[in-house]
Design a protein around this ligand. Structure first.
Ligand code: CP
Ligand code: NVA
Length: 308
């Protein structure tokens, strides 16, 4: 029976913290957790959750994941803990390291997450920053694997904002060697450091295509993926971005350009009639709720590797 292997890095801050073999291993473990073929006991282990931004899926899937593994979680709400008062990260990180076995942090600046890591003696997990959402990408690739069985010949097209979700998809795509096409309005392309890093990893650099043309990006794609146009922290840009992103909605016209067996993914929460029409969201091609469920299984796998 498969057993969790320790990962080469103590933390999971970025897709870049894991190797291709480690991603494949986490996905394999996740499948086993999902099929109830794996029973790992993390009794008495405690996961501290620090969310400086709102969350439904990430928070609940981590809580349920720990509960299924026999451990517990402590949800540290910044407004009712001293985090909201501005206690330095380096102090919070050192204190939590004395109580918890692992922490997951959702925050704005990726450098703040790195600051937690610098001062923590326990593993730190990225539960989303402005730069990356690697736990989401793990669930996304499990969902893709469930549909297509392997990643060979899969074309993943992301249409929308070149944000944290897009950045993690690009990096995982590079690790797994799959074709990733990103279509976003001019000026909203993914982080250039992420793109350069991905190009260093890709054996075939032509597999990463960044454009401003959703129609070409969707042609023959196996996966159409989108996310909100304005991420958490960008609420004041919403009106402007809604105008700029006009034409980047996943609608039936775009779905008809994709492969006939294409699936639709969205990390959620979604704004219908903005990045995706209600018709496409509710269509048979949607694997969005499998994708949300897979957060639980992939995080059980990740926690097992970090703590076992
Ligand atoms: N997809 C995702 O991370 O959802 P939450 O913001 O609800 O955690
Ligand atoms: N890009 C979105 C993802 C939410 C899960 C955000 O950062 O708000």
């Amino acid at each position: 029976m498969i057993k969790p292997n320790r990962l080469s890095n103590k933390n999971f801050l970025s897709t870049l913290d894991v190797s291709t073999d480690e991603v494949i291993h986490i996905l394999e473990l996740a499948k086993n957790f999902k099929n109830k073929k794996l029973n790992i006991n993390l009794k008495n282990k405690v996961l501290g959750l620090i969310f400086d931004k709102s969350s439904t899926r990430t928070r609940v899937s981590f809580q349920v994941a720990m509960s299924r593994l026999g451990g517990t979680t402590i949800d540290l709400n910044p407004t009712t803990s001293q985090i909201g008062r501005g206690e330095p990260i380096k102090d919070t990180a050192r204190v939590l390291s004395r109580y918890c076995d692992v922490i997951a942090v959702r925050t704005f600046k990726h450098s703040d997450l790195e600051e937690y890591t610098k001062w923590s003696t326990i593993p730190v997990i990225n539960a989303l920053t402005d730069l990356e959402h690697p736990c989401q990408a793990l669930a996304d690739f499990l969902t893709i694997q469930e549909k297509f069985l392997d990643f060979k010949n899969v074309v993943l097209t992301f249409i929308g904002d070149g944000n944290n979700v897009a950045n993690s998809l690009i990096l995982f795509g590079a690790l797994l060697g799959i074709e990733v096409r990103i279509a976003c309005p001019k000026g909203y392309e993914p982080n250039s450091l992420v793109v350069n890093k991905a190009l260093e990893i890709y054996k075939n650099k032509n597999l990463l295509k960044i454009s401003n043309d959703p129609t070409t990006a969707a042609l023959g794609a196996n996966v159409l993926y989108t996310d909100v146009w304005s991420s958490m922290g960008e609420e004041n840009q919403k009106a402007e971005k809604d105008k700029i992103f006009n034409g980047f909605t996943i609608d039936n016209d775009l779905v008809n350009k994709a492969d006939k067996d294409a699936i639709i993914l969205h990390c959620l929460p979604a704004y219908r009639s903005k990045e995706i029409t209600d018709e496409v969201f509710e269509s048979k091609k949607n694997r969005i709720f499998d994708q949300a469920e897979n957060r639980l299984h992939t995080q059980q796998a990740l926690l097992s590797c970090l703590l076992h």
